[in-house]
Write a protein of this length. Structure first.
Length: 337
């Protein structure tokens, strides 16, 4: 669990980012290229992104970027500099100017848990030409797999900012922090994130910048180094308008979620049923039904609740809306299901 400890000064200095953070979105989108919990709505984006990167000429910088951005565990703090709040170019300049000691420390930390390509050793020395090539590759990848989805991202982030600003206006900063429940729990000067690894962050009067993210799906994140300016990145709730691929005519649930998860979602239409009944109706095994329901729940499409010794599953409002829009855009035969 991550515990963030606030003083009265920190509460006064808490703020929400006004725009998307380009380097956090870049890092998280690179991680999203590999499957991870909560990513069920990113299947179409992943195919498009992999195809675009397959055409790019990144050379050894491609494998280096992938190695430095694993989708599980630690990744280097220098990849997401505080300067990113002023734009991508300012952030890339900050990466190029990262002190050698910070590069060496961050890359040694990453190397302690996984093998890194040879270029990582040169990067750790702060070799200027390699840093130029590395940040150029960051710019290229951003232009290919993040920037084309800017409108969808801004739609999601704008909806979230409206919710947070409303909570702030009605109940102050403490109301804003309380609005993040259940993914974050605010109580008596402490913000707790249950899904995070064990970490304690004392703000000590520095305040904190809250950064909503489109590509963040696993839960709120913060920097590894507690001495850096405090930030907290959190996933925004999903709306149908901004789901990858949903703005195209002819896009179906099959293309978005895959055949089995699409079938599970349709099976739940108008019903609240047990795992075994879901398995029977969808034609899959109970363990498979339980796993697919979990993935859809992480994506915000399904809700589950325990009733004595059984679990009942139903569509969430987002799941119902996605299903409705899918039927509207389908053939008469499909819509008549």
């Amino acid at each position: 669990m991550l515990r963030i400890l606030f003083t009265s000064q920190d509460i006064a200095r808490t703020r929400i980012a006004g725009t998307r953070d380009p380097t956090w979105e870049l890092v998280l989108s690179i991680q999203m290229l590999q499957p991870q919990p909560g990513d069920a709505l990113f299947g179409i984006w992943r195919r498009e992104a992999r195809a675009a990167l397959g055409q790019a000429k990144l050379g050894p910088m491609g494998p280096l970027l992938r190695a430095l951005n694993p989708n599980v565990g630690y990744f280097p703090d220098f990849l997401t500099p505080n300067a990113a709040e002023f734009g991508l170019e300012e952030a890339l300049e900050a990466v190029r100017c990262t002190p050698r000691a910070a590069l060496a420390r961050d890359l040694a930390q990453l190397a302690s848990s996984r093998a890194l390509p040879g270029e990582a050793r040169a990067l750790a020395t702060g070799e200027p030409q390699l840093l130029d090539q590395f940040t150029a590759a960051m710019r290229t990848v951003y232009s290919l797999i993040v920037a084309p989805y800017g409108h969808r991202m801004e739609t999601e982030l704008a909806h979230d900012r409206q919710r947070r600003v409303s909570a702030l206006a009605q109940h102050g900063i403490e109301g804003l922090l309380a609005s993040f429940a259940p993914m974050m729990i605010w109580s008596h000067g402490e913000l707790c994130i249950p899904t995070h690894r064990d970490q304690e962050l004392r703000l000590d009067g520095r305040g904190i910048r809250l950064i909503p993210s489109y590509f963040c799906v696993s839960g709120p994140l913060t920097l590894f180094d507690p001495e850096l300016p405090p930030v907290l990145i959190y996933p925004v709730p999903r709306t149908v308008e901004a789901l990858p691929g949903c703005d195209r005519s002819g896009t179906t649930l099959h293309a978005l979620l895959g055949a089995t998860r699409s079938a599970v979602l349709q099976t739940l239409h108008g019903r609240q049923i047990t795992t075994s009944e879901l398995a029977r109706r969808a034609g899959i095994s109970p363990p498979s039904a339980s796993e697919h329901a979990k993935v859809l729940r992480q994506a915000g499409l399904v809700t589950s609740c325990r009733d004595r010794n059984r679990v009942l599953h139903a569509l969430s409002p987002l799941g119902m809306e996605l299903l409705r829009r899918n039927w509207q855009g389908s053939s008469p035969e499909w819509g008549a299901w």
